[in-house]
Write a new protein. Sequence first.
Length: 502
Amino acid sequence: MRNGLTPIFSGAIAIHAPIRTGARIRQANIANVTDTNLISYEPATGEELWRGPVSDVDAAVSAARRAWAPWAARALTERITVLRAFANTVRRDAETFADLIAREAGKPLREARSEVDAVVAEVDIAVQAYAERTGKKKFDAGVGSSAALRHKPHGVMVVIGPFTFPAELPCGHIIPALIAGNAVVFKPSEKTPAVGEALVAAFHAAGVPADVIQCVIGGPDEGKALVVHPGTGGVLFTGSAQSGIAINRKLAANPGKIVALEMGGNNPIVVTDTPKLADAAAIIVQSAFATAGQRCTAARRLIVVESVYDALMAELVPLARKLMVGDPLGEPQPFMGPVIDNDTAEQMMESFVALITAGGRSLLNMRRSLPDLPFLSPGIIDVTEVADRPDIELFGPLLQVIRVPDLDTAITEANNTRFGLSAALIGGSPDDYGRFWANIRAGIINWNAPTNGASAKTPFGGIGISGNHRPAAYYAADNSAYPVTSTEMDQPRATIMVGLRP
Ligand code: SIN
């Protein structure tokens, strides 16, 4: 057990929160940008975790502009060697990274450890993707010439990261961008600056030059300044649809910049006939409540066909009630840590109440037992009777259940969203899955598997307001380099055959 851990019981839900003496406890947001400093607070304790000066965006971009060409001029193998050294640095310091991620993002240590493993694995995936997606090709173009396809870096890339996976998701852009020969100006979420700073320090320790990867500390103002900065060649963003759309709007008149937007979802998980309802319940819990529901691929809507509704709820609700919510570093490990800050906890509680007021039926009450800390227990509401269900991403451990007569209605209901990131079908036959797959609008479509836990070995992105058709992960290579086609001859050999005066 973590030092000073005190279990606090509220109804059926046990919340294990660490209580420390002498800590400076802040009761509102965890992240605070003052004029000169950014401060992050550990969500599980309210203690100040990190503080640092807000960066000068112009200075960072100018330094990156000077640095990228020499980096791009190095041999590809040399850049790859440096990035492999980065993977080794992270592997060596894995426990320190995991501890920092768990503290700053509030996710259980075991999840933070998987995130660190994923960062290490990203280097090999990006090396392979670079070769396969953006490699060189040469072919005969006739009359002694050849045609070549090569790729060039954009120059300075802006990477704006989320707090949910503060290391893995930004690295999914940073590593491909560096391999391609770009310099990167990385702005971590203002809620997870310490992880961002530690990552960039690891790149430097591995040999990436200081100005080739820089960490810009700041809040929305610094983010906006980076997005519109004329010295950058692209923006690779992971975060909310609202922020992504704002970025898109700001750059609408600037087609020269590549913009990759990975945004959220109002993701459906559909359950149809299956004898394996206990397994279905486990998949739903993993989809909706892993990382306290703070994944862009989390299931937000559970759509259940009438025939299995009662039996499924009899498995799901008791299982969700048993989930331990507590200190991310606690032993035994909780299923969920806190949400990221008190504002989020408050908004989630308000959303729960609003859905009930609109006609929802609570199957499992969401609770917030500690008023000053953002621990939430999972909530499940049947919203079948709610007219005009809001099509928004409720970013926390809240699952809305919709009962439907059959699979076709379930598919229609699943598509009843502007988002299109992730969707899953549980149960059914191969034909049912074929119908589901063909008709669902999403970038990730799974069968008998959670909506989340996407692999970095495949493209990661959605449609609708979940993305702009520039997926990350395996396809991030495409966003880091642009194709250049050349027709080439080793000597000028040309004659004008027609149209000449004698
Ligand atoms: C995320 O959804 O935020 C990360 C990837 C996943 O779990 O699928």
